[in-house]
Design a protein around this ligand. Structure first.
Ligand SMILES: [Zn+2]
Length: 223
């Protein structure tokens, strides 16, 4: 599924606003920008990534993570936390960039990580076939607030509308594909109840075949 997008949007849905990444001639139409706001890399003060590798979309797998680090409840605090996490991933872990595709704050905003088209560093073995949303905080013993949970769902819907996530996607917690407690026991118990949760019993998820990358008008560009 390829969605060609121009300034007037596609025929199926009329974008109500656009996200333009700094220096990027392309724009993301934000079909649900009335319900979720994406804070761009420029807005949270990202460092440049070391290299960029793209994956084919739409992906059919979505992973939910928590950062197991600090919570944040305002845009200023979440922007600061994004810079802390990016430094941790780039410097201490030695990765190209902050690992997740998007991070979610309890201010109800989504923060641009590797965005929709870039291979992340979030779920070993699955990074080239999945988009990962990570809620900032530790949700082992408590849930994220409603604003953060609503933002995750709105971002998945936005990903579907942009042609980045298949409508019949499967959703997993990080722990379904690795030896980790992530996304925290309490949050994991919640996402197990969501419609697209894909784990059946103790069966491990089956990795789909990666699809070739093809640039589209909504591919992000300035990293
Ligand atoms: Zn994780």
């Amino acid at each position: 599924m390829t969605t060609e997008i121009n300034q007037t949007g596609n025929a199926d849905a009329k974008p109500v606003c656009y996200l333009v990444t700094e220096g990027n001639p392309h724009a993301y139409p934000l079909l649900r920008c009335d319900t979720v706001t994406i804070v761009t890399r420029a807005e949270w003060g990202a460092n440049a990534c070391k290299s960029v590798n793209y994956m084919g979309t739409p992906v059919s797998v979505v992973f939910i993570h928590h950062t197991a680090m600090s919570e944040c409840h305002t845009q200023d605090a979440c922007a600061e936390e994004m810079r802390v996490i990016q430094r941790f991933h780039q410097v201490d872990r030695g990765w190209d960039d902050i690992g997740y595709n998007f991070l979610i704050g309890q201010d109800g905003r989504a923060y641009e990580g590797r965005a929709w088209d870039r291979i992340g560093a979030h779920t070993k073995g699955w990074n080239d076939v999945a988009i990962a949303f990570s809620i900032m905080g530790d949700f082992s013993n408590k849930l994220p607030n409603a604003a953060a949970l609503d933002a995750v769902k709105a971002m998945i819907d936005l990903g579907i509308k942009l042609g980045k996530i298949t409508p019949n996607y499967k959703l997993y917690g990080h722990r379904d594909a690795g030896t980790t407690e992530c996304p925290g026991q309490t949050l994991y118990e919640l996402i197990r109840t969501w419609d697209h949760f894909g784990r059946v019993g103790d069966q491990p998820p089956v990795k789909p075949t990666p699809i070739p990358y093809r640039p589209t008008a909504s591919t992000g560009g300035n990293y």
